[in-house]
Design a protein around this ligand. Structure first.
Ligand code: PMM
Length: 272
């Protein structure tokens, strides 16, 4: 999954693809580089970010979604708002990526159920302005699992088909660096709910915990663009551990890493 953030202030690539034309071109380029789906978002979820209005979100993503769908690109809409998702679904997007897992907008699950498209339900404890204060866990994998189980129950009650649910541990969303690493190593445990193995999506690309890991000797975190190689390492490990999808800003090396991991898994299964 290649990321196109149509925002002036996104965590890792804010401002780069803010104009619709540049964003569409970037999406097409990511597909040419091997992305299977393009995730278009108009609202920054960087820690501390304030919300924008639904009108502004639609103004940002509307032409980009329409342009990419018209070009035949499989598109995912990254939004917490049913109104934005509804526009995107009418335009023909293939997947709804809701970082709030249906918590931010009560109309979202029913809308997704009606559209019958895959639904990414991410672990989320609250909006960006306050999310860092909620990063408190005794056992992060267990609690993320249990809170996702409640979301699965809630959205299926609204009519979402469980076979269309994709789970995401929500790296960096109300998580400290240690929480992210633990979630990555216990992905299978997090996404196995009620005896069912849900496909898992991992969004580690350019996140703060990678910049911290790669900090300079004086402790200065590596800038976001300097963590693309570390993102590829996470992709390889997560894909080898069974992740269904990785959400990344730079596609080519991550697409290669996914293919390496697939070959690795096949060989391990005795299939070459
Ligand atoms: N992270 C961001 C935005 N959307 N969606 C999912 N499903 N999972 C994520 O981890 C995720 C997301 C924030 O990252 P960015 O602003 O650097 O794109």
């Amino acid at each position: 999954m290649g990321v196109v953030n149509v925002t002036p202030d996104s965590f890792s690539d804010g401002g780069e693809w803010y104009g619709a034309e540049a964003a569409i071109q970037h999406g097409l380029e990511l597909v040419a580089q091997g992305a299977d789906i393009i995730d278009v978002g108009g609202e920054s979820t960087r820690p501390g970010a304030q919300r924008i209005t639904a009108d502004e979100e639609l103004r940002r993503v509307g032409p980009v979604i329409t342009g990419l769908v018209r070009a035949g690109v499989p598109v995912s809409i990254d939004t917490m708002r049913a109104r934005v998702a509804e526009f995107a679904l009418e335009a023909g997007v293939h997947l709804v990526n809701d970082v709030s897992g249906g918590l931010a907008d009560p109309y979202m699950p029913r809308l997704v159920a009606k559209a019958s498209v895959p639904y990414v339900v991410m672990h989320w404890r609250g909006h960006s302005h306050s999310m860092d204060t909620r990063a408190v866990y005794a056992d992060v994998a267990r609690e993320v699992h249990d809170e996702l189980a409640l979301r699965v129950e809630a959205v299926t009650r609204e009519g979402v088909d469980p076979s269309l649910i994709v789970l995401d541990p929500g790296l960096g969303f109300s998580k400290l660096a240690g929480h992210n690493w633990e979630l990555l190593t216990r992905l299978g445990e997090v996404s196995r709910i009620g005896g069912r193995e849900f496909p898992a999506l991992v969004g580690a690309s350019r996140k703060r915990f990678l910049g911290r890991l790669l900090a300079a000797p004086d402790g200065t975190p590596r800038p976001f663009t300097g963590s693309d190689d570390a993102t590829v390492a996470v992709t390889a490990l997560a894909a080898a551990a069974g992740a269904w999808c990785v959400r990344v800003h730079k596609v080519p090396a991550n697409a290669d890493a996914v293919r390496v991991a697939a070959a690795w898994r096949h060989a391990a299964d005795g299939v070459t």
